[in-house]
Design a protein around this ligand. Sequence first.
Ligand code: PGA
Length: 241
Amino acid sequence: MQIIIIEEYPKMSQQAARFIAQKILAKPNLVLALPTGNTPLGLYCELVRMFKEGLIDFSKVTVFNLDEYLGLPPQHPQSFRSYMHKYFWDHVNLRPESCYIPLSLPENPEAECYRYEQLIASYGGLDLAVLGIGENGHIAFNEPGTPWESLTHIVKLSPETRAREASKFRGLDKVPTHAITMGIKTIMNAREILLLASGEEKALALSRSLKGPITPETPASILQLHPNLTIIADNLAARHL
Ligand code: PGA
């Protein structure tokens, strides 16, 4: 496990973007898993800047989103598909057919989970999974209690997770109740993992995950067993490490 602590969020985002750029230089057809949320906004901004400066070529890269809400039209402003278009996909030279995210309105959600997992496998698995961490220690939408063996599956979102999103949806009742997420095993099967954490509200979850017992109650704690894990955190998130 390699822990990189950077004093401020903008520099942390820059460091994370350089980390990914190095991986793409080493393997131009990199298969990446990517997160949404507040934490990676700076990372996407930096990746787009580096692309515009000719420093990164995404033309052979494949990206898989970690998760997507169920029940939202794909073009809903809060869908993760919309987020990815807005902050990343539309600003770099990724081929549209190489940008994958679970369907938000699948005819058969179970079949969609299976299809997504198979799709990842058809690319030979993930080279690098980039993750954020929830205040409850979740990774992607794997909430506390998720079995370690889980592959891509449907989750019922926890009350804390839904409450945190309520303002974006203008009301708790509008926040989807379910999502599709890569499972813990899908993530752990990635050949490399980069975990990003920013802000004081992540400090406890981060220290519990990296220094506490490995328990499904803290999903990110399983990352302690990953053979190739890097954490990039700002000072505030790293304060209990
Ligand atoms: P955030 O979400 O980046 O918006 O804090 C992270 C997460 O919940 O995984």
